[in-house]
Design a protein around this ligand. Sequence first.
Ligand code: ZN
Length: 138
Amino acid sequence: MTVINDKFTVNTKGNSDITDITQMVKHSVYSHSLQNAVVHVYVAGSTVSVTNIEFEPGLLVDLPEALEKIAPSDAEYHHDAMWHDGNGYAHVRASIIGNSTMVPLIDGALQLGQWQQIVLVDFDNKARTRTVYVQIVY
Ligand code: ZN
């Protein structure tokens, strides 16, 4: 088993800012000219997520709206009472969505659907710089 570790950074605006990172992941994976591998995409941080979506304007509103119903930004959170950083909702949303995804590389191609992009969603209440790790196992 061989492991390749890659990473890149993403500057976000926070507040459920959604960034399409598909091309950055493809660049990372395809630069190694591999045929078959397990590709893990992971973001470090407890107020940010990596997931998949069809990157189109409707869903870029629908996903934040759905999460606003599940973990409203104006609700009271024990985290905020404890730490006073006002981002309890961001932590809850990130925990629900998760911070990694896996894409199989088969016969030299990442197996993403035609309308399936890999995105980073930053739920924090301010702009952040995030580090995304791409770990390729083959
Ligand atoms: Zn916090």
